[in-house]
Write a protein that binds this ligand. Structure first.
Ligand code: SF4
Ligand code: SF4
Length: 297
């Protein structure tokens, strides 16, 4: 395979001990992950915020960073030489992602399904497979005062989020504290995002659904051996089950953000609530400083 495939091998850069990578995750969408990530980043100021929710990046609605540069994210997909191909079907049989279909006189390639694993080339007895690049999205970088910001944008119709997240994670600045806004859920894009983090903040709601999804997220961070704590958003809408679960499991509830018409209204207008409720800025700074102090001990 050509050298261009290397983005798939990129790992998160480790940071010096006085800098942290904090990921913000939640078992499902709509729990307030971006609310926490953006208000935390703006409260701290001199950090790097990377929005890894590449299907729906909306952190910059609140950050309002001036974007200064972008980079295309490419993948390679097979190209079939019909002069060499004997339509044996070995490539399609091998492909676990159904990205190839062999018919009597043609090999159909479905680029959106291809994971660029290179296996089809290895099994082809005729050397009929070569590679071509395709653009699946882009990564943009910008800044607001001393806050560095990056986000990834998957092209419409594309489904391969992980290569875009990998390129985003290459942008981690080892000289800054970094906040990673994860995609929602507990599947591969989340694991890709939070892997290598020093700490994971799990944002949940005090409802039965919130509890269900929180349990799944806890399983993931425990499996990855990442230190974590919980932030309860819209505190007051549900019951005590999330807190009881956290107590029983020895999980620290680090912050409770109340169910508040004002916060919801500001969110709907793209305004970070720390701007109008400055007492919360101190709470986010204090939360972050406590996490750093804990990491040092
Ligand atoms: S394995 Fe090679 S020769 Fe066989 S169908 Fe695929 S591309 Fe053609
Ligand atoms: S590179 Fe891998 S995923 Fe893509 S078509 Fe070949 S076998 Fe399938």
């Amino acid at each position: 395979m050509p050298a261009e495939s290397t983005p798939l091998e990129v790992k998160t850069k480790r940071k010096p001990s006085d800098k942290m990578i904090i990921s913000i995750a939640s078992g499902k969408g709509g729990t307030g992950k971006t609310l926490v990530a953006t208000n935390l980043a703006l409260s701290l100021g001199d950090v790097q915020l990377i929005d890894c929710d590449v299907e729906e990046p909306n952190s910059n609605i609140f950050i309002k960073a001036k974007m200064e540069g972008n980079e295309e994210v490419r993948m390679i997909v097979p190209e079939i030489d019909k002069e060499k191909c004997n339509f044996c079907g070995k490539c399609a049989d091998f492909c676990a992602y159904n990205a190839l279909a062999v018919v009597p006189t043609n090999v159909l390639v479905f680029p959106e399904l291809c994971h660029s694993c290179g296996g089809c080339e290895l099994v082809c007895p005729k050397g009929a497979i070569s590679w071509k690049e395709r653009i699946i999205g882009k990564v943009e970088q910008g800044r607001k005062e001393n806050l560095d910001f990056c986000h990834g944008l998957l092209k419409v119709g594309e489904i391969m989020t992980i290569p875009v997240i990998k390129v985003l994670k290459k942008k981690v600045d080892k000289n800054k504290d970094v906040i990673l806004d994860s995609p929602p859920g507990t599947s591969c894009p989340v694991i890709e995002t939070i892997s290598g983090s020093d700490y994971c903040l799990l944002v949940t709601e005090p409802t039965l659904f919130g509890l269900h999804d929180l349990k799944l997220a806890v399983e993931v961070v425990r499996h990855l051996k990442i230190s974590f704590g919980v932030i309860i958003n819209r505190d007051g809408i549900g019951d005590e089950r999330v807190e009881s679960y956290c107590k029983k499991e020895g999980i620290e509830v680090l912050m409770k953000i109340p169910h508040s018409e004002k916060i919801a209204e500001l969110y709907s207008r793209g305004i970070p609530f720390i701007e109008e409720m400055p007492e919360w800025k101190e709470k986010f700074v204090s939360l972050f400083n406590n996490l750093k102090n804990e990491a040092r001990t």
